[in-house]
Design a protein around this ligand. Structure first.
Ligand code: SF4
Length: 412
C-alpha cells in the first residue's frame, strides 16, 4: 500500500522509526527519573560508542537543536541566548537549544520530560567545530558537572598517524574520567561489542543511502534527514542495527516494485550543507513537484563510520572520527564529492550556505567553482540557516531553485 500525500510517498518504516526513537527517549526519561543509569551528553559525531559501552544513556543536544528547528520554535528561543551574550551569528543549534533551556521549554515536554535530561557528564569532540565546546561548557557550568573534550584538528588534509594517535590518546584518557562518573571499571570486551554494533549500523546506513544510486531513487534527502535519527543517537546499539535492517528491506522492496521517492524523477540533485529543518516538508513538496529528487547529501553521509573495527576499538574510533568529511580540507572534500557525483549520477548540486554554520557550508572558499571546472556539473548556492528561519528568503530561493531546475532540464 503506498502512502502518497501531495506528491510525497512516505516510507512505511516511519512507524517503526517513531517507536525506535520513542523507546530511546523513554530510556533517557527512565534514567532521569529513576537514576538507574548515568546520563552523558555527547556531540553528534562524538565518542558515542565509548559512552554506550560504559553503560551511559546518551543524549545529543544537536538532535535536540534539530527538533527545535523542525518544530519551528527556534526564532522564539534564539533571542534569550542572544540576551545572555551569545551572538546570533554563531551556531543556531546552540542558540536555540540554550534559549529554549532559558525559557524552560523543550520539544521533549511532548514526550513527558519536564526538562532536558540532566547530565552527569558532558563529552564533546571538536571534529565538527569548536562551538560544541562552548555550547557544552554552558551546561557544565549550569549543572556543575564534569566536561571532557577530544580536540581534533580541523581542516585535515593528509590524515597522518600522528593525528590519529593523538586522538587515540585522548580517547584513552577519557576512560579513567568516565569510570569516576559511573563508578564502574571499563571493559574492553564491551567496548569491542559496541564498536562492532556501531560498525554494523553504519554499514546498513550506508546501504540505505546507496539505494539512491538506483534510478529512480527509492529515497530522497528529506526522508533521509528523518530516518537518520537512530544512526545519530543510537550508534553502537542493537536498536540502530534492527531499525536499518527494516528500512533497507523496504527500500530494496521499493526498487523491486518500481516505487520511487519522487513519483516522476527526471533530475537528480546533490545537496551540500545542512538541512533547513523548518522547511523540510515544503521543500520536499517543491522538489517533488519539479520531478527532482535530491538523491545524496553531505549531511546524511556524515554518519557512515565504517572504519570502526572491534579488533582495534580505540585506533579505529580515532580513525573514523578524524576521517569524517566535515573535518577535512577542501581538497579532500572535493575528492569525496567528485566520486559521489559519478556514483549517484548527479545532474546538479545545491550548496546551502547556512548563515550560522560555516563548517557545514562548503561553498565559502571556492570549492563549487573548482569542482565545476573539473566535472562541469552546474550548481546553485542558496542562503539560509539550519534553525534560524530569519536567514532564509523562501520566495527568492524558490525562484532560484525553479530556474536552476529548468536550466538542468534544458541540458538533458
Ligand atoms: S557543525 Fe555547525 S551545526 Fe554543528 S554544532 Fe558546529 S556550528 Fe553547529
Amino acid at each position: 500500500m503506498s502512502n502518497e500525500k501531495n506528491g510525497i510517498i512516505k516510507l512505511q518504516s516511519v512507524d517503526f522509526l517513531r517507536k525506535t526513537m520513542g523507546d530511546y527517549f523513554n530510556r533517557l526519561k527512565d534514567a532521569t527519573e529513576t537514576k538507574n543509569k548515568k546520563i552523558a551528553w555527547c556531540t553528534s559525531v562524538g565518542p558515542a560508542e565509548l559512552l554506550y559501552s560504559m553503560g551511559f544513556e546518551v543524549y545529543f543536544p544537536e538532535n535536540h537543536g534539530a527538533m527545535i528547528g523542525a518544530s519551528k520554535m527556534a526564532d522564539k528561543y534564539i533571542p534569550s541566548a542572544v540576551a545572555l551574550g551569545y551572538s546570533p551569528d554563531i551556531c543556531s543549534y546552540l542558540t536555540s537549544d540554550i534559549g529554549a533551556f532559558l525559557q524552560n521549554e523543550t520539544p521533549l515536554q511532548k514526550s513527558g520530560f519536564k526538562s532536558v535530561p540532566k547530565p552527569d557528564v558532558l563529552v564533546y569532540n571538536t571534529n565538527q567545530c569548536h562551538e560544541v565546546g562552548d555550547w557544552f561548557s554552558f551546561y557544565a557550568r549550569h549543572f556543575n558537572v564534569p566536561i571532557f573534550g577530544i580536540n581534533t584538528p580541523l581542516w585535515i588534509n593528509e590524515l597522518t598517524p600522528s593525528i590519529v594517535n593523538s586522538v587515540v590518546s585522548q580517547f584513552k584518557n577519557l576512560v579513567p574520567e568516565l569510570e569516576k562518573v559511573t563508578g564502574q571499571k571499563f571493559n574492553i570486551e564491551k567496548f569491542r561489542e559496541t564498536v562492532a554494533l556501531s560498525h554494523d549500523g553504519c554499514v546498513l546506513w550506508r546501504k540505505v543511502l546507496e539505494t539512491a544510486i538506483h534510478k529512480p531513487s527509492p529515497i530522497n534527502f528529506f526522508d533521509a534527514t528523518i530516518h537518520m535519527g537512530p544512526i545519530v543517537v543510537m550508534r553502537g546499539t542493537q536498536y540502530a542495527v534492527d531499525y536499518y535492517k527494516v528500512l533497507l528491506a523496504e527500500l530494496q522492496d521499493r526498487i523491486k516494485n518500481g516505487i520511487s521517492a519522487v513519483p516522476s524523477e527526471k533530475l537528480r540533485i546533490y545537496w551540500d550543507g545542512m538541512p533547513l529543518w523548518y522547511k523540510l516538508s515544503s521543500m520536499a513538496k517543491l522538489f517533488s513537484n519539479l520531478d527532482t529528487c535530491i538523491v545524496a547529501s553531505t549531511y546524511c553521509n556524515s554518519w557512515i563510520f565504517d572504519d570502526l573495527n572491534p579488533e582495534d576499538p580505540f585506533g579505529s574510533s580515532a580513525l573514523a572520527y578524524c576521517k569524517l568529511f566535515i573535518v577535512r580540507s577542501d581538497a579532500e572534500k572535493q575528492k569525496v564529492l567528485e566520486k559521489l557525483m559519478v556514483d549517484f549520477s548527479i545532474d546538479g548540486i545545491i550548496y546551502h550556505d547556512a548563515k550560522t554554520c560555516g563548517r557545514n557550508s562548503n561553498n565559502r572558499f571556492g570549492l563549487p567553482t573548482r569542482l565545476n571546472n573539473q566535472n562541469n556539473i552546474p550548481y546553485l548556492e542558496i542562503n539560509g540557516d539550519l534553525c534560524d528561519s530569519r536567514c532564509y528568503s523562501e520566495e527568492q530561493s524558490i525562484i532560484a531553485i525553479e530556474t536552476f531546475v529548468k536550466q538542468l532540464l534544458s541540458r538533458k
